[in-house]
Design a binder for this molecule. Sequence first.
Ligand SMILES: NC(=O)CC[C@H](N)C(=O)O
Length: 465
Amino acid sequence: MTTAATQSVLDEHYERNGDQAAIETVRARIAEAGVEYVYYQVVTLTGRVVGKVAPATELVRNVENGLRAHPGVMADLQMDAAGVLLAASPERGECVVMPDLDSFAVLPWDPRTGFFFCRMYEPAGAPEGAGGRPMPLDARGSFARAHAAFTARTGLELRSGCEPEATWTVPGHSAEHVPGTPHPMYHVGQLEQLRPVYQKVMSYGQELGFEMIESNCEGPGQLELNWMFDRADRTADRLVLHRLICRQVARELGASVTFMPKPAENQLGNGCHHNISLWEGDRNVLLDPGTPGLHLSTTGRHALGGILSHSAAAAAVMAPTVNSYKRYVATGQFAPQEINWGMDNKTCAVRLPASGRLEVKSPDAMVNPYLSHAAILASIEDGLKNSIDPGPARGSTDGPVTDRFGTLPLALDEALDLFAADHVLIQGIGPELTDLFLRMKRQEWARFCGAVTDWERMMYGAEGC
Ligand SMILES: NC(=O)CC[C@H](N)C(=O)O
C-alpha cells in the first residue's frame, strides 16, 4: 500500500540545492578551516570513490546547480565485449552530481581540502525542475531513497555498525602467520607493531566525526577498527570514508593496505560484519526483555528469518569479488559457510552478539555498503511481511537445527545466478542497478576464468603429466 508519505519519497526529482541556510553553514565552515579546494564525490558500484575537484570559490554555483559526470563512472568505465560502456547506453547522456550539503567535511590530513558526498540525477540537460530523476545506477542515492521509503511504510529505521578488517604491510613487519606459533589474535605484541597505523586511523576517523570505539589485531598485519553504530546510510558513508582514511595512512607511513577478502592462503580473511538493529524512535524493536536468552523479539525473529532466507542470493553483493569466496571456504576462521544463526556463536552466518543486535557475517571488506544494506533492508522487510521463522539457534535445545537455508555459494558465478533469481533483493536494490551489477560481475567472472594462475602452473606445469 503506497501512503502519501511514501509517494513523496518515490516521486522525488532533482531540484536545486537552494537551502540558503545550509549553504551558509558550509560557507562558514570553509572560511573557518581555510578550505581552498572541494571534492565532489560519488561511490561506484564496486565501492570506489570517484569525483571532481573545484576551487572553493565555486561553491555556491556547484551546490546550487551540481556538476556533470559521465554515467559510465558508476561501472568504473567498464565496457562490454563490443566496446560500449556498461553504464552508459548511447541514449544516456551526462548526469548531474548534486552534493549532499550535510555531508561536507574537511580532510583531516589537509585542511585546505574539503569534500561532499553527492547523489546523481539525470539527464543533465533537463530543464530546471522538469523531468530530472534520480539516477537509478547511483547505489548511494538509491539506498537513501529505499530506506526513506521503508521508514515511511513501517515507521522503522535501520541502524548498523560495520566491523571492517584490513591487512597491512608495514616496513619491518611481516603479515604472514608462521605455522606452529600461537595464534596472534588479540596479541598486543603484534598490535604494537601496528601502533602507527591504528593511531593515525583512529585520530583521522575522530576528526571526521566517527566515534571510534575499539581496535584489535586479528592476525599478523590484520587490524579490525570499529566505530559506533548509527543510521545505516551514515554508517555506509563512514565505511567508504574509513577505506579512504586507511589508504591515506598507508601513503603517509610508506605501508600498504588491502581489503582483499582473502589476501593469501596463509592469511586470515578480511570480513566486514554488519551489526544490525531496527528502531521505532528510541525503541529497538528487535529486543523483547521478556524472552529468554538474548531477548530476541518476535519482530527480531522474523527479521532474522528474512536475512537467513535471502543470504545465499545476497552473497553476490556481500561477497562481490572472485576472491571473496576463498574467505568462505577457509574453515575455522570465523567466516561463515552454512547459513545458520546462533546466540553469541562466532561460527554462524548470523550471530546474536548482544541483546537486540544481529551480526550479519557474510559481508567482506570489499563490500559496497549501500548495496549490502539495501539487501539487508529488503530481506528484513520480507521477513516481517511473511513472518519468516528462523528456526532454532545452532547449539540450542529447542529442536533439531535444519539446513533449510542451505550454504553460502562457493563461487561468484553461482552467487550471481542466485541473485538474478531473487525478486525481493532485485526490487530492494533496484532492477536497473541489479542488471548493471550482474553484467559487470559476469564480465569479471569471465575474465577470471580466462586467467592462468600460479596455482595452475604449480599443478600442471613442468611435471604435470
Ligand atoms: N573477528 C572475527 O570474528 C573474525 C572475522 C573473520 N576474519 C572474517 O573474515 O569474517
